[in-house]
Design a protein around this ligand. Structure first.
Ligand SMILES: [Zn+2]
Length: 231
């Protein structure tokens, strides 16, 4: 698998800092599994962040600092930096379970879902337009996150839609094109909110891909009405 399209630097910085929302973070996790180049970049950003913290001037302690630390020890565990968590997973520290494939999803021979996705519960793959099915990937850490698994027939387009923030698309198998280029397995494509687009799948095979959003997604026309309760 040769990856040619990578997450932007700002996305990798947000990932390393733990500020990327859960949906896009999951797609970056999937991309990092197949991309040593981006794994090295995240390691660099994490190291720089740590060095900056170490170099910062110690602040005078507030009078209630001890009480606040003790209260925190009694409270729920602090959220760990997902960038660091990823490295622990990569080292095999956290074996992941695999759910059965969702109803309506068939994978071509030799293709498996990335472990970060196979370990999640995925809803039934619902037909949403001719040749297009989508299933919702459930994220326990953020039940409102919109992560969609698409299965699109050869030559078909992802239905026209708009979204409020950045859209992230990760190709699992097959490929698609948009006005900016062609994308294949392992590629992670970022797309701005101001583009109302409908990428088209290659003619020689179906495309299975993931999509996640910084904001909310809305489909247009009748499909928008059909998917509103679902999304
Ligand atoms: Zn990469």
């Amino acid at each position: 698998m040769s990856v040619s399209t990578h997450p932007g630097t700002e996305t990798l910085l947000r990932y390393a800092a733990g500020t990327l929302p859960a949906g896009p973070r999951l797609l970056v996790d999937v991309h990092l599994d197949g991309c040593p180049e981006c794994r090295a970049a995240v390691r660099r950003f994490t190291a720089v962040g740590g060095a900056l913290l170490d170099a910062s001037e110690p602040l005078a302690l507030a009078p209630d600092a001890l009480d606040r630390v003790l209260a925190r020890l009694d409270g729920p565990p602090a959220r760990r930096n997902p960038g660091l968590l990823h490295h622990a997973e990569a080292a095999g520290a956290m074996p992941q379970k695999r759910h059965p494939l969702p109803e309506g999803l068939k994978l071509p021979p030799g293709v498996v879902l990335p472990p970060a996705i196979a370990s999640r519960r995925i809803g039934r793959m619902v037909p949403v337009s001719p040749g297009v099915r989508l299933g919702l990937v459930h994220l326990e850490e953020d039940p409102d996150a919109q992560v969609l698994l698409f299965r699109i027939a050869p030559g078909r387009a992802i239905p026209q839609h708009t979204h409020a923030g950045l859209e992230f698309t990760h190709v699992i198998c097959g490929g698609f094109s948009d006005p900016n280029g062609h994308y294949g397995p392992g590629d992670l494509v970022e797309c701005d909110a101001d583009i109302d687009h409908s990428p088209r799948v290659d003619d020689d095979g179906e495309c299975i891909c993931l999509a996640a959003f910084d904001g909310r997604i809305r489909f247009r026309g009748l499909l928008g009405m059909v998917t509103r309760p679902f999304l």
